[in-house]
Design a protein around this ligand. Structure first.
Ligand SMILES: [Mg+2]
Length: 278
């Protein structure tokens, strides 16, 4: 029923070209929910929702990234992509993830009936006002003021919706979510998983595509896979082995020079590739 309602809303938006004003997030679901999930016992979720510490860390991350912008713009030998070299003549760009990096989904996490499904997040995003991660708007404004192009690379997937004649209806939802947090963006700078052939959940493929035309001076995200290739349990080309806790710890050391210096990671105790590796 709910997904049908979302489809109708999306179809109406596509048909008339207009965008309705989304509602504020509803209060958290009753706890425990029908499927037994009790958000009042989830410390990670409560921390993101309520802790000043969470907001302070997010502002600290974006403050550090903003302060570092001029240096990385000026140093044309610098790239935040280990795979990139000889990019000194290319214009600078930064790559941001979307969920829990630009847009906070904490209110969705407080409300949705487990288990997670992509259509549940898409429905939520279509119907409710997005919440900004603290600090991101000022960072994007500073980057653009320095003539740095801003890309948004997300693993929100393109999935067909019944009754909607669009191979990737989630694209419009994602662009609109970014607009809702106060950041203007043209759709070509938002890249979803599955939007083009080869754009799978291994973000390295999309990062390399951007690096063909831009010197990538920063990566910003909340998931190891926003930075490190082959960080997931599920094996996706070009990766050949599942990530493990041990392999991810090794990668921490391998890429040691980038953390806080070109790579800026935000905290996310609610979800992510870290939850499935063993
Ligand atoms: Mg994310």
């Amino acid at each position: 029923m709910a997904s049908i309602r979302a489809s109708i809303v999306l179809a109406a938006v596509i048909a008339c070209g207009c965008v309705s004003t989304p509602a504020p997030a509803p209060p958290p679901a009753a706890s425990p929910t029908a499927t037994g999930y009790d958000h009042t016992q989830d410390l990670g979720l409560l921390w993101v929702k309520h802790a000043a510490e969470y907001r302070a860390i997010a502002e600290q991350v974006y403050g550090a990234a903003t302060a570092a912008l001029p240096g990385y713009v000026a140093d044309t030998s610098w790239s935040a992509m280990p795979e990139q070299s000889g990019a000194g003549k290319l214009p600078p760009a930064v790559i941001l993830d979307v969920d829990e990096t630009v847009v906070s989904n904490v209110d969705f996490q407080l409300t949705f009936e487990r288990p997670f499904a992509n259509h549940k997040l898409d429905e939520w995003s279509s119907n409710y006002q997005s919440l900004a991660i603290p600090g991101v708007k000022d960072f994007v404004e500073a980057a653009r003021a320095a003539d740095v192009t801003v890309f948004f690379v997300t693993n929100r997937p393109c999935e067909l919706i019944d009754g909607v004649d669009d191979p990737c209806p989630q694209k419009g939802t994602t662009v609109e979510d970014i607009h809702e947090v106060g950041i203007d963006v043209e759709p070509e700078f938002v890249m979803l998983s599955g939007e083009q052939p080869g754009w799978d959940r291994e973000k390295l493929v999309r990062r390399k595509l951007i690096a063909e035309n831009y010197r990538v001076i920063m990566l910003i995200g909340d998931d190891f896979g926003d930075f490190v290739p082959c960080a997931r349990k599920k094996v996706v080309a070009p990766c050949t082995a599942a990530a493990t806790r041990a392999s991810r710890t090794d990668a921490l050391g391998k890429y040691d020079k980038y953390w806080g210096a070109g790579w800026y990671i935000l905290p996310n105790p609610m979800h992510g590739s870290w939850t499935s590796v063993r």
